[in-house]
Design a protein around this ligand. Structure first.
Ligand SMILES: O=C(O)CCC(=O)C(=O)O
Length: 282
């Protein structure tokens, strides 16, 4: 686990999956992150069986694009840009993680849309009380598979997020959506949603406003649990086990996008740049 230098931190609250009306009325409505536990005590959740052995069996032959990092950081890295990547069969990648193959030590399957595995039509459906509210608004379902020590750099996404831990565990550090205190990259850059400040070891001289940022809200997401990350919340994610598998659901919330015009303009800049470059947008 990675420590951060703030003396005060707040722990992400937990509620049971069966408390779904509390989730919608309180946490979702007021943009409060929460970990939803006991998903499969109360509901049948088929994708919770997608542990690495099962994924190899089902989709092992498909090629995936894994990110490469020399310093365990993933996403957009100061002075480096986005990670390099390479294509590899899913089974080669996952077996290498299991065997701690040094050639794959610095790799992470990030943001792999389930459509990567087409033509298999993979269904991943949340329990009804959650699924029914968001089904039509989902824009991406992504798999994340990686080993211990990977860190996804601090960024926000202009969408609501249910991130489900299928195997392993991850530490999430969340901050509320203030833009200026995090010194994001320029709106015209390819990463206007990535912070320049290092939340683990902030440089107060270069980034003085970070001291005014809200307290970090931190929690460990364990297998079988689902984290709600409200739209535009900053998140920094560390992988804690030798194999970590997550599935996240990103979904649009038009009403809340209007409430955060500065984030939304940054989102539009990403959409425009990726569309012009012929890249995947979500
Ligand atoms: O799991 C990770 O490493 C990052 C997850 C993430 O950034 C997300 O769910 O939006």
């Amino acid at each position: 686990m990675v420590n951060i230098s703030h003396n005060n931190k707040v722990t992400i609250e937990r509620i049971s999956a069966s408390e779904n009306s509390l989730f919608w009325k309180y946490y979702f409505r007021h943009n409060i992150p929460v970990i939803i536990t006991e998903l499969n005590h109360h509901f049948q959740v088929d994708f919770l069986q997608w542990k690495h052995e099962w994924l190899i069996q089902q989709f092992g032959q498909y090629e995936v694009e894994v990110s490469i990092s020399d310093n365990s950081r993933y996403g957009y890295i100061e002075d480096e840009g986005f990670n390099r990547s390479k294509n590899v069969q899913l089974k080669t990648f996952v077996n290498a993680l299991v065997d701690s193959d040094p050639h794959y030590q610095n790799t992470y399957l990030t943001r792999a849309g389930l459509d990567t595995f087409a033509p298999v039509n993979i269904q991943a459906t949340l329990p009804a009380p959650y699924h029914d509210q968001i089904e039509k608004k989902i824009i991406a379902k992504n798999l994340w598979i990686g080993g211990k020590g990977n860190i996804t750099s601090t960024h926000f996404d202009p969408v609501e997020n249910f991130n489900i831990q299928i195997e392993g565990s991850k530490q999430f550090i969340l901050h509320s959506p203030n833009i200026d205190n995090f010194y994001p990259h320029s709106i015209w850059s390819s990463a206007p949603h990535f912070a320049r400040v290092n939340v683990f070891d902030p440089d107060d001289e270069t980034f003085p406003r970070f001291q005014k940022a809200s307290l970090p809200i931190m929690g460990i997401l364990n297998a079988g649990e689902m984290l709600y990350i409200p739209i535009n919340w900053w998140h920094t994610v560390s992988s804690l086990e030798s194999i970590n598998v997550n599935l996240n659901f990103w979904w649009i919330n038009n009403f809340k996008m209007l409430k955060y015009p500065r984030h939304t303009v940054r989102a539009l800049s990403i959409v425009l740049q990726r569309t012009l470059a012929g890249e995947k947008v979500a």
